[in-house]
Design a protein around this ligand. Structure first.
Ligand SMILES: [Zn+2]
Ligand SMILES: [Zn+2]
Length: 126
């Protein structure tokens, strides 16, 4: 049993959360949907079971980027925060950059590499 709590939130601090260690996974997603949702070349996701996540004050606002998918963001400052999908019921995936200490996590896996930008896969020569 771990007592480590990971805290985080959006840029304006209207939405804050806590998640109990350990995460289920940490991965880099190269899919186009994440790229559009975040504006970044790829997204690093830290997945937790929902029952390990607690929202303080405000909850995120959700956008259905595709069927069965809920992407959470702060309606005040626009920071993208979470991903949840019917495909992974009971899980909340957080973007690594919204944690107060993103160095707590290291991605172990690359997913949707077929959608990756040519330069975005490390260990691969351009
Ligand atoms: Zn905010
Ligand atoms: Zn993705």
């Amino acid at each position: 049993m771990s007592n480590i709590i990971h805290k985080g939130g959006c840029q304006c601090r209207a939405v804050r959360f806590e998640a109990s260690d350990p995460p289920k996974f940490v991965c880099n997603c190269h899919c186009e949907s994440c790229r559009k949702a975040t504006g970044a070349a790829f997204s690093t996701w830290v997945g937790f079971n929902e029952d390990k996540v607690r929202w303080d004050n405000a909850s995120p606002t959700f956008y259905a980027s595709s069927k069965g998918v809920r992407r959470g963001y702060c309606s005040a400052c626009g920071t993208p925060l979470t991903y949840a999908s019917d495909q992974w019921p009971g899980e909340t995936h957080f973007l690594i950059g919204v944690f107060d200490d993103p160095n707590a996590f290291t991605p172990r896996k690359e997913v949707f590499t077929e959608d990756a930008l040519a330069w975005a896969l490390h260990g691969k020569d351009a």
